[in-house]
Ligand binder design. Structure first.
Ligand code: NDP
Length: 297
C-alpha cells in the first residue's frame, strides 16, 4: 500500500529559526541594537503561561531581546491599553504580542486595534488584515504563513492548484485563503454551513484543515496525491483512562494512504507558528530600522 510523506514541521521550523538567528546577527551589526519582542500576558491561564514562556525562550535563542509583561486578570482594559501605548512608543520594542484569550471583561478587538500595526507581529490588526487582502506588504498571521511555507517547500509553484481551506477564522482560515490566492491557487473557503464538505474537500490538490474538531476530515474525502496541512490541535481522552493525547482535524491514519504528503499533529504546523513569530519580529525590526529583511525570509 502506498503511504504518503509525513512533513517534518519541527525540522523545517528549526531551519527557519536558524535563518532568523543569522538575520538577527546582521540586523545587530547594522542597527547597533537587538530586535525586541514584547509579550503581554493577562491572567494566570496555565496553557497561555506555557506558550509565553516558550515564546520568550525561543526569542532569546535567536539572539533577540525578549520582554515579558505579566499582569493580573483583574487589571482594567484601560490599564492594558496604557501598557500597549507605552510599548508602541518604546523604540527598543519591534514586536508586540498580546496573548489571547483575554479575560472576559476585555474586548479583544479593541486591544488588538491599539497595537501599532508596524509592531503587530501576530498580523491580527485590521490594517495588516486589509493590506493582506489588497495585496500590499503586511505582517501576516504566523500560523497561515507557516502553512504556506510548508506547502511551497513540498510543492514548489502553487500556480493554478485547487485549494480547499476548512475553517474561516480571522487568524487561520481567512488569511490562509488570501495567501493562497496570492499564489494563484483557486481557493475555496469551507465552514460549518458548507454543504457536502466531503465532495468539496475531494476536489482539492491542497487541503488546509483549521476547524478544531478531532479527526473530522476523513481519509476517503481526500483526492489521491493531495497535500494536507492539518492545523487543528485537539486534546482527546487517552484510551482506557490513559494520558490525554493530541490529534489534528484530519484522520491521519486513514489519510496517509491517500495523500502525497501530510503534516502530523503534533510536530507539523505547531512548531512553525513560533518560528514565524520570530521571523515576523525580525522583519518588523528591519522595516522600522529602514533595512531590507534578509532574502528568503
Ligand atoms: P475557530 O473556532 O475560530 O474557527 C473554526 C472554524 O471551523 C470556523 O470557521 C467554523 O465555521 C469551522 N467549522 C466548525 N465546525 C465545522 C464543521 N463541522 N464543518 C466545517 N467547518 C466547521 O478556530 P481557529 O481557526 O482559531 O482554530 C482552528 C484549529 O486550529 C483549532 O484546533 C486550533 O487549536 C488550531 N490552531 C492551531 C494553531 C497552531 O499553531 N498549530 C494556531 C491556531 C489555531 P463557522 O465560521 O461557520 O463557525
Amino acid at each position: 500500500m502506498k503511504v504518503g510523506r509525513i512533513i517534518d514541521g519541527k525540522a523545517f521550523a528549526a531551519g527557519l529559526r536558524e535563518q532568523v538567528a543569522t538575520g538577527v546577527q546582521s540586523f545587530v551589526a547594522q542597527a547597533g541594537r537587538k530586535p525586541g519582542l514584547a509579550v503581554v500576558l493577562v491572567g494566570e491561564d496555565a496553557a497561555s503561561s506555557v506558550y509565553v514562556r516558550n515564546k520568550g525562550k525561543a526569542t532569546l535563542e535567536t539572539g533577540m531581546e525578549s520582554m515579558e509583561f505579566r499582569r493580573s486578570a483583574t487589571i482594567s482594559q484601560d490599564e492594558l491599553l496604557e501598557l500597549i501605548d507605552e510599548l508602541n512608543g518604546d523604540d527598543d520594542v519591534d514586536g508586540i504580542l498580546v496573548q489571547l484569550p483575554l479575560p472576559d471583561h476585555m474586548d479583544d478587538k479593541a486591544v488588538i486595534a491599539a497595537i501599532d500595526p508596524a509592531k503587530d507581529v501576530d498580523g491580527f490588526h485590521v490594517v495588516n488584515a486589509g493590506k493582506l487582502a489588497v495585496g500590499e506588504d503586511a505582517l501576516v498571521p504566523c500560523t497561515p504563513l507557516g502553512c504556506l511555507m510548508l506547502l511551497k517547500d513540498e510543492l514548489g509553484d502553487l500556480d493554478g492548484l485547487e485549494a480547499v481551506i476548512v475553517g474561516r477564522s480571522n487568524i487561520v482560515g481567512k488569511p490562509m485563503a488570501q495567501l493562497l490566492l496570492k499564489e494563484n491557487c483557486t481557493v475555496t473557503l469551507a465552514h460549518s454551513r458548507t454543504r457536502d464538505l466531503a465532495s468539496v474537500v475531494h476536489r482539492a490538490d491542497i487541503v488546509v484543515a483549521a476547524v478544531g474538531r478531532p479527526e473530522m476530515v476523513k481519509g476517503d474525502w481526500i483526492k489521491p496525491d493531495a497535500v494536507v496541512i492539518d492545523v487543528g490541535i485537539n486534546r482527546v481522552a487517552g484510551k482506557e483512562g490513559g494520558k490525554p493525547t493530541l490529534v489534528g482535524d484530519v484522520a491521519m491514519s486513514e489519510a496517509l494512504s491517500h495523500v502525497r504528503a501530510i503534516t502530523p499533529v503534533p510536530g507539523g504546523v505547531g512548531p512553525m507558528t513560533i518560528a514565524v513569530l520570530l521571523r515576523n519580529t525580525l522583519v518588523a525590526a528591519c522595516k522600522r530600522a529602514g533595512l531590507s529583511p534578509p532574502e528568503g525570509l
